[in-house]
Write a protein that binds this ligand. Sequence first.
Ligand SMILES: *Cc1c(COP(=O)(O)O)cnc(C)c1O
Length: 369
Amino acid sequence: MTTAPVPLNSLSRHIDPIRSELIHAASTVIESGFYILGPNVAAFEREFAAYCGTPHCVNVANGTDALELALKAVGVEPGDRVAVTANAAMYGASATYAAGAKVVFVDIEPGCGTMDPECFAAVLRDGRPLKSVIVTHLYGRMAKIDEIVSMAHAAGVMVVEDCAQAHGARLSDGRRAGSIGDAGSFSFYPTKNLGALGDGGAIVTRHEHVATRAAQLRQYGWTSKYTNEIPGGRNSRLDEIQAAMLSVMLPMLDGWNARRRDVANRYSREICNPRIEVPAVLGDQYVAHLYVVRCDSREELRAHLEANGVQSEVHYPNPDHRQPCHQGRFDSLTLAVTESDAATVLSLPCFPELTDAEVGQVVDACNSF
Ligand SMILES: *Cc1c(COP(=O)(O)O)cnc(C)c1O
């Protein structure tokens, strides 16, 4: 008897139970005659700001735009230097380049994929002016954000938190991802912890001037209709239909995150194979966007999992400083932990609708490797 493979993710399972609510919300928008930046976007901005614990939220078209416009809104200008990690598919670097700024790559901490505060401190010490740092809460896990924010602010550096994999993650005192730095960026790409049925993004911030500027930048740099005052503006608006979808789903986010965390923590407790390094069992600071193990024989492990009906994926195989678009510009740069992770990380299925039996199948497949 063969059992069906355990998928890495399943959007159909995720959406199916709320299909009729989503259809109802979409048809209400269709009948309203208002399709972009209308009452549904305004309502979702209020709801998401309240959820994140920030006074302001500005919706934009996707998560990369959110990063780019957040950088510009906190004051990054062409030619400025921005510190970013190099282990997440060029998201931070792409946004930095789109803002006309220069990338300064920073290494990560072993075993967690987030920025190493020591390496960031070294960048601050190198004497060249730094305008901003993008801190990514990767795989659903909070970076050492307080430590980085206090170093950054002491040096006059603005902090943008990339929360595209960390909707709802919180520090032990309850502060949520996005509320700690000067701005937080989110993606609502369908597979994120909170995902629309298309592209979407948001910038949250505690600074009113950052919110005002972001709202101007997403609409051509208008300060009022047809008056373009702010350089760097362009079109990055959110659709009413996507905002309505997100308002339906936001109340479910904490429940989904709790189930993701249970799945991840069960893996960390039950996978006991010395060849597979598992992440620590974690609490609320972890919303298990991806469950990432490390293995020196990764390709062998992938093949073994595949043969045992378990899908897996690599997040992410090519470090940013080695991407072909850089054409060797960073050849002399070594980021030891980033490079080691790129060769060893492997993501196992982790989403709220996994059944307990499937989780057990993944554990067994890992333990029999
Ligand atoms: C998905 C993601 C982004 C980009 O979001 P898009 O909506 O796809 O542009 C940025 N940063 C991280 C960490 C992501 O996971």
